[in-house]
Design a protein around this ligand. Structure first.
Ligand code: AMP
Length: 481
């Protein structure tokens, strides 16, 4: 099951963790809107509350009140097709002979079925079809025989795929990032404790200081008294597989990932977009909200270019923030209507002008098609479209909801065919090389599966872009240390 989510974990010296967890989930709301949850531990027992909907709807004041304890973890969950049901809400929490466990997971395992089947054959009963429960059961089993660090290491040697986890074992909060570092996870210092979070914006919300990203393959154990933390490099992969789409679309622009401010990376992507395929027009216009930083970098580069005429940067599309996410509407008709409800042009910024529309990505093509038409209806003389990412030609198996191949407009069309389909005067995407350059990373260290069709993981029916060292899961009780 795909989990494009946000996770947090907090350990404080002397203050209840529930409210800081709640605030940090607000900061991660963009990573998941289907459900939210918190699990805390008061030194004797676990307390848990999960609820459907946005963070503000999922918790009432009395729910936060009963979440006692100075440590806890939290989760926001993203809705994906066919999985909108309560048993999937996280953190997953359970009590085993080896103690209580809470787990929040962002990512997607590629061998969860295999590991889950094996555990089921050993008598483990699962209440959901989620990866997270598989990880929890595997860890619980290992904890019967090993100390915490070795148990986590053993579980990491059996699961394969993408996982940024916050875990609570009794009153100890842990953070784990998969060996390829596919999804982000960072650690920060608070005035009276430490926090782990998917994105540094959550640490900012708590008035904390970002310390650093959790390293790929690293385990971070927060001390239960909130005074420090220990780290263990448990697994080392030859190359990372950071998801480039986190930087392009998913993460907040005010988060720092891989020591780079996402906003600056997006501006740089916009600048590269001008360098690669800039076109003179009267107005450069972002598709709000995600196109904004790209468009500002693009317009800046255009205006610095001595060979260009200079452009006006105009926020000419107004967004109705009360319309839900068009992307997840079930039918194409609803998606098209929703784009119109969501975005409306300011006519005077468009009328009689040549316009360059800048967005971060085209997935199905619904947004671009609707917006080009909207611009023409508002009197644009020409509509050029520039996209701050390469063509998305293949699905994401690692947790970003991206539709299947037959829904992806670029899966089987050339750029010219897509331009024709969205009825733009011109269309260009950013190259993969430019993305790697703007992210300051080598292509070998990025997950580019959705734009190359080759994945850094061993996925049934797909090709890989590297030698993949998929663990042979072996007997859970005899796994190597
Ligand atoms: P589409 O209309 O299907 O071409 O989707 C492209 C639009 O959706 C762009 O404006 C993106 O900012 C946004 N988008 C891209 N990827 C996602 C995603 N995984 N979830 C939600 N929105 C997305």
């Amino acid at each position: 099951m795909q989990e494009k989510c946000g996770v947090v974990g907090i350990s404080l010296e002397d203050r209840a963790a529930a409210r800081p967890l709640y605030y940090s989930l607000y900061a991660l709301q963009h990573r998941g809107q289907e459900s939210a949850g918190i699990v805390t531990h008061d030194g004797f027992q676990q307390h848990s509350h999960v609820g459907m909907g946005l963070v503000g709807d999922a918790f009432g004041p009395e729910d936060l009140q009963q979440l006692n304890g100075t440590q806890g973890i939290g989760h926001v969950r993203y809705p994906t097709a066919g999985s909108v049901n309560a048993p999937c809400a996280q953190p997953f929490s359970v009590s085993f002979k080896s103690g209580s466990l809470g787990l929040s997971h962002n990512g997607n395992l590629v061998n969860a079925d295999e590991v889950g089947d094996q555990l089921a054959n050993l008598g483990h009963a699962f209440t959901s079809d989620g990866d997270t429960e598989v990880i929890a059961h595997d860890l619980a089993r290992n904890l019967l025989e090993e100390d915490l660090v070795r148990a986590v290491k053993r579980t990491m040697s059996r699961i394969h795929g993408s996982y940024s986890l916050t875990i609570m074992h009794d009153d100890t909060v842990l953070g784990v990032r998969d060996p390829e570092g596919n999804r982000p996870l960072c650690i920060g210092e608070l005035e009276d404790g430490y926090a782990l979070a998917s994105e540094s914006a959550a640490i900012d919300t708590l008035d904390g200081e970002l310390i650093r990203d959790v390293k790929p393959g690293e385990l971070v154990v927060l001390h239960a008294d909130g005074t420090g933390y220990d780290t263990y490099q448990l697994v080392q992969a030859e190359n990372t597989a950071h998801c480039f789409f986190e930087h392009v679309y998913f993460a907040r622009p005010d988060s720092i990932i891989n020591e780079e401010l996402v906003y600056e990376v997006r501006r740089e992507l916009g600048r590269q977009l001008w360098d690669e395929s800039g076109i003179d027009s009267d107005v450069v216009m972002p598709v709000p909200d995600s196109g904004r930083s790209f468009a500002s970098g693009y317009a800046e580069a255009a205006n610095e270019d001595p060979n260009a005429d200079g452009v006006e940067f105009a926020e000419g599309l107004m967004k109705n923030r009360y319309v839900g996410r068009t992307f997840i509407m079930p039918t194409q008709d609803e998606r098209e209507r929703a784009v119109r409800m969501k975005l409306n042009p300011i006519k005077s910024t468009v009328e009689g002008k040549t316009v360059t529309l800048i967005d971060d990505s085209i997935v199905r093509g619904t947004t671009s098609t609707q917006l080009v038409e909207l611009m023409r209806d508002a009197g644009a003389e020409a509509v050029h479209v520039r996209i701050g990412a390469p063509q998305i030609i293949a699905p994401c198996y690692m947790g970003i909801d991206m539709a299947s191949r037959d829904e992806l407009i670029a899966a089987d069309r050339s750029v010219e065919e897509i331009r024709d389909e969205i009825e733009a005067d011109s269309l260009s995407y950013l190259s993969i090389d430019a993305v790697a350059a703007a992210l300051n990373q080598s292509k070998a260290d990025l997950c580019l599966g959705c734009v190359t069709g080759e994945y850094p993981y061993d996925i049934e029916g797909e090709t890989t872009d590297r030698e993949v060292d998929r663990p042979s899961i072996g007997d859970p009780q005899l796994a190597d240390d």
